[in-house]
Design a protein. Structure first.
Length: 600
C-alpha cells in the first residue's frame, strides 16, 4: 500500500462561505474587471462592484419569492455569464444550487429536481421550460420556474430584480453571513455512466478548499489581470471549480456557450489560459494536422510535430541539445506560433481533466509552448484531487495531490482520496455513501500507480477491467485513448469480456470525414455506412489499432474492429454530457454487432 500527502494550503475557517469571495472583491477591488460578458459581437467589461450589485439584486428577488436558507434551486443552462451570476445569487440567498446539464431529457430533469427536492429552477430557453413542464405534475415541491431568455416568460434576471426591489440589502447580507463552511453549497449529480445519477453533496468548505488548492497549484496562471475563457458546461464540476478559482484570484472570466464559435471567441477574448477535456485538445491537434495535409504542407507539420514531442521529452529529462533547439526555434516561427494564434495568441497554458490526455499529445502541446497541465478528480472531490503544475510536471501522470489532499493505493490497486476537497455524503443515498467512504477515504473506483515522489498514474477503472476467456486482465481506457488520437476516429469502445480476444467498436469523426473523403477520392455523398468496409478507411483505422497495440502485450492487443455507421450520442444515451462512454448502454445497443466480431 502506497500513500502520499500534500501539505494543506490556508485552512478554511468554520464561518467562511463562497459568498465571501464576491463581497471581498467588490469592497477591496471594486474596479477590477471580474468578467467580460458577450454582447452581440463584443465583450463588455463587468467590474467586481457591478457584479456584486447584480448578484444582490437577484438574491433579493429570490428572498422575496420565498427561497429560504437551505432550499435547493435547480439551474439548467448553457455556459454563460448569467449562470455564474445566478449561482452566486442562490448562495447569497442562503440556497443550494443544483446544476442540470442543458442537454438533459425531461426524465433526467425530473429525477434531479425530485431527488433534490428543488423548490425552484432556472431554465435558459423555451425548450428547457418545456422539459420541466412535461414533468411538473410529478414535482410536488417545485414552486417556481424562472427563464433566462426566450418568449415563455420575462427574463429571470429582470423579473427577480423587480420583485426584490423593496428588500433591504441587509436582509441578504444577514442571510448570507449565516451560512457556514460546513453547510451545503451545491448538489452535483454525477453523469451516471451506470444507473441513476447520484447527488454529490459539496459544502462551502469543499469548494473553498478546492479553490485554495488550485491557486496554490497555479500561481502563474492565477495572477490578477490574467484571463480565462470558460466553454465547458458549468454543470460539470471541473469548469465550475476553475471558474470560481478565477473569480477568487481576480482573473477576468469570460463565457462562451457554443463550442462551434470557440475559435472565433478565442480570437476576440484572447485568454491567458483555457480549461478543457482531452477531446478538445485532440480536436485542435487533428484539425491543424488535417489542414496542413490538405494544403500540401503535411510533411512540414509532421516534422514540426516530431520536433515538438522530442523537445518536450528532452526538457523533461534535463535539457535539449543544440541541434534540437535550433530545429525547435525554426518550427516555432513556421508552425507553433500559428497554433498558439488559434488559441488567441496569449495562451500560455491549459488545464485538462475528465479523461486521460495521452502522452504524445501532452508532449506535443508542451513542445509548441502551451503546456497542458493534466489533472485528476471526480465530482466527489470538488474537481481536481491531483494535478500537474508549473513546478511539478510529469507527462503520463495526473500529477501530485493538491494542497491538503492525500492519495493512497489500496491492496487491489484502487485509488483512495482524503482531504477537505472530498465530499461527505450522497444526497438521499446512505447506502451509496457507505459503499464509497471508509474512515474518510473515498474509494474512487479507479485503478492507479503512485511513485515515490507522489505522482499518480491512472491505469483504468476497477469496474471496466475486461477479463478475456484466457484470464488476461485488460484495461480498455489506454487503448481507447490512443485510438481517439487518430483524426478519423471519434469514439472507440474496447470489448472482449469473457471472450477469446479483444475487439473494438469504432465511430468516425463526422467533422473530419468530409476532408478524409476528399483526400482519398471518395464520393462526396458517401456516408460512413457506405464506406464502413472501404479498404482505405479500414486501413486508416487499422493504423490507429496498430499504434494502440504497441502499448500492450499480444494477449491484450486488439485483434478485430468494426466501424459503426453512426457516432455515439448523448441523445442516444451512449455517452454522458462530459463525453464519458456508457459502456452498458453501448453494449446493449450493439449486442449483435459485438457478437458478430466473434463469429467471423
Amino acid at each position: 500500500m502506497r500513500e502520499y500527502s500534500a501539505p494543506a494550503a490556508k485552512p478554511v475557517a468554520d464561518d467562511e462561505n463562497l459568498g465571501d469571495i464576491l463581497w471581498a472583491n467588490a469592497e477591496r477591488f471594486g474596479d477590477a474587471i471580474s468578467f467580460r460578458k458577450q454582447d452581440g459581437g463584443s465583450w463588455l467589461d463587468v467590474t467586481a462592484r457591478e457584479f456584486a450589485a447584480q448578484v444582490m439584486a437577484v438574491a433579493k428577488g429570490l428572498v422575496e419569492a420565498g427561497i429560504e436558507r437551505g432550499d435547493r434551486v435547480g439551474l439548467m443552462s448553457k455556459t454563460r455569464y448569467e449562470w455564474t451570476l445566478i449561482d452566486f445569487a442562490i448562495w447569497a440567498a442562503g440556497g443550494v444550487t443544483v446544476p442540470i446539464y442543458d442537454t438533459s431529457s425531461a426524465e433526467q430533469v425530473h429525477w434531479i429536481l425530485s431527488d433534490s427536492g428543488a423548490k425552484g429552477v432556472f431554465v435558459e430557453t423555451d425548450e428547457h421550460h418545456g422539459e420541466v413542464d412535461k414533468v411538473r405534475d410529478r414535482l410536488g415541491e417545485l414552486k417556481y420556474t424562472w427563464q433566462i431568455e426566450g418568449t415563455h416568460a420575462n427574463p429571470a434576471i429582470d423579473e427577480l430584480t423587480a420583485l426584490g426591489a423593496k428588500v433591504a440589502d441587509d436582509v441578504v447580507h444577514e442571510r448570507r453571513r449565516s451560512v457556514q463552511a460546513g453547510d451545503l453549497a451545491t448538489i452535483v449529480y454525477t453523469s451516471g455512466t451506470t444507473g441513476r445519477p447520484k447527488g454529490v453533496e459539496l459544502t462551502h468548505r469543499n469548494l473553498l478548499a478546492e479553490i485554495r488548492a488550485d491557486i496554490d497549484a497555479f500561481p502563474q496562471l492565477m495572477e490578477q489581470g490574467n484571463s480565462l475563457l470558460c466553454f465547458l458546461p458549468l454543470a460539470h464540476v471541473l469548469a465550475r471549480a476553475i471558474a470560481l478559482t478565477a473569480i477568487t484570484a481576480r482573473v477576468t472570466l469570460g463565457h462562451t456557450p457554443d463550442v462551434k464559435n470557440l475559435v472565433a471567441d478565442l480570437g476576440t477574448f484572447r485568454p491567458t489560459f483555457v480549461v478543457a477535456v482531452p477531446r478538445v485538445f485532440e480536436k485542435v491537434y487533428n484539425t491543424a494536422k488535417q489542414k496542413a495535409h490538405s494544403e500540401g504542407k503535411g510533411a512540414i507539420f509532421d516534422k514540426a510535430e516530431a520536433v515538438a514531442v522530442a523537445y518536450s521529452e528532452a526538457k523533461e529529462k534535463g535539457s535539449a541539445g543544440l541541434g534540437l533547439k535550433a530545429q525547435h526555434f525554426l518550427f516555432d516561427k513556421l508552425v507553433y506560433a500559428k497554433l498558439r494564434a488559434a488559441l488567441g495568441g496569449r495562451c500560455i497554458a491549459a488545464v485538462s481533466g475528465g479523461a486521460p490526455l495521452g502522452g504524445r499529445l501532452a508532449h506535443f502541446f508542451r513542445g509548441i509552448g502551451v503546456p497542458v497541465f493534466e489533472g485528476y478528480g471526480l465530482t466527489e472531490t470538488s474537481a481536481a484531487a491531483n494535478v500537474n503544475t508549473e513546478t511539478a510536471f510529469r507527462v503520463g501522470t495526473v500529477g501530485r495531490p493538491v494542497a491538503g489532499t492525500s492519495v493512497r493505493i489500496a491492496e487491489d490497486g484502487e485509488v483512495l482520496l482524503k482531504g477537505d476537497v472530498v465530499f461527505d455524503a450522497y444526497f438521499n443515498n446512505e447506502q451509496a455513501t457507505k459503499e464509497s467512504l471508509e474512515d474518510g477515504w473515498f474509494h474512487t473506483g479507479d485503478l492507479g500507480e503512485l511513485d515515490d515522489e507522489g505522482f499518480l498514474k491512472i491505469t483504468g477503472r476497477k469496474k471496466e477491467i475486461i477479463v478475456t476467456a484466457g484470464g488476461k486482465n485488460v484495461a480498455p481506457s489506454g487503448l481507447e485513448d490512443t485510438l481517439r488520437a487518430n483524426p478519423v476516429i471519434s469514439q472507440a469502445m474496447v470489448v472482449g469480456d469473457r471472450r477469446p480476444f479483444i475487439g473494438v467498436l469504432v465511430t468516425v469523426d463526422e467533422e473530419f470525414f468530409p476532408a478524409w473523403k476528399s483526400q482519398h477520392g471518395k464520393p462526396e455523398s458517401a456516408t460512413v455506412a457506405d464506406l464502413a468496409d472501404d479498404p482505405d478507411l479500414r486501413a486508416e483505422v487499422q493504423a490507429a489499432v496498430d499504434e494502440a497495440n504497441k502499448q500492450v502485450s499480444h494477449a491484450e492487443a486488439i485483434k478485430k474492429f468494426v466501424i459503426l455507421a453512426k457516432d455515439f450520442t448523448e441523445a442516444g444515451g451512449e455517452i454522458t454530457p462530459s463525453l464519458k462512454l456508457k459502456r452498458n448502454v453501448v453494449t446493449k445497443n450493439y449486442a449483435s454487432t459485438i457478437e458478430g466480431i466473434y463469429q467471423k
